[in-house]
Design a protein around this ligand. Structure first.
Ligand code: MN3
Length: 199
């Protein structure tokens, strides 16, 4: 069963004014779609057809760079779309708030660390909240790398490749990240992912 491009969980114009329709059209319909097309081509060649996306990502890391890059980018983008929603940000579910306070001291510190990680990721990559050894940690990864290959379970991700923010923010990556944590994050989804990760 080849991989399929998931629909966005909201219309292309639903994240305005924080991310434009034009950005989501390019980012989802062109960039993400290309990763899926390329991953499927390489998946068949590698004989890994039928494996889950997470297994393909883990099994190809360090072994099949082309397939890893495209499969991981498919995974990362799929999680990124779900990490956001229209009218996002705001109040966190109590269970997640408690877990963030346990791990970071406060929700504000967790948000600040995430923004810092995204801002300081040199070049293309991703910033994450992930569960490792029962705690929530902030991670940053280059290019297509993700927490699955670092022994951690991702619960939120933000894309910091330039194609994500250049149309709307030009070079102002920190402004994009601030808008992400304050106005775009789907904390209900993050709470679900957290619950699944610690189960
Ligand atoms: Mn991207």
């Amino acid at each position: 069963m080849p991989f399929a491009l998931p629909d966005l969980p909201y219309p292309h114009d639903a994240l305005h004014p924080y991310l434009s329709k034009e950005t989501l059209e390019f980012h989802h319909d062109k960039h993400h779609a290309a990763y899926v097309t390329n991953a499927n081509k390489l998946l068949a060649e590698a004989g890994l057809d039928g494996k889950s996306l997470e297994d393909v990502v883990k099994e190809t890391h360090g072994k099949n760079t082309g397939l890893f890059n495209n499969a991981a980018q498919h995974y990362n983008h799929s999680e990124y779309w779900k990490s956001m929603k229209p009218n996002g940000g705001g109040k966190l579910p109590g269970s997640l708030e408690k877990a963030l306070v346990d791990s970071f001291g406060s929700v504000d510190k967790a948000k600040a660390d995430l923004v810092e990680a995204g801002t300081t990721q040199f070049g293309s990559g991703w910033a994450w909240l992930a569960v490792k050894d029962g705690k929530i940690v902030v991670l940053k990864t280059g290019n297509a790398e993700n927490p699955l290959v670092l022994g951690a379970k991702p619960i939120l991700t933000v894309d910091v490749w330039e194609h994500t923010y250049y149309i709307d923010y030009r070079n102002r990556r920190p402004d994009y990240l601030k808008a992400f944590v304050d106005n775009l994050v789907n904390w209900d989804y993050v709470a679900e992912q957290y619950a699944a990760a610690v189960k």
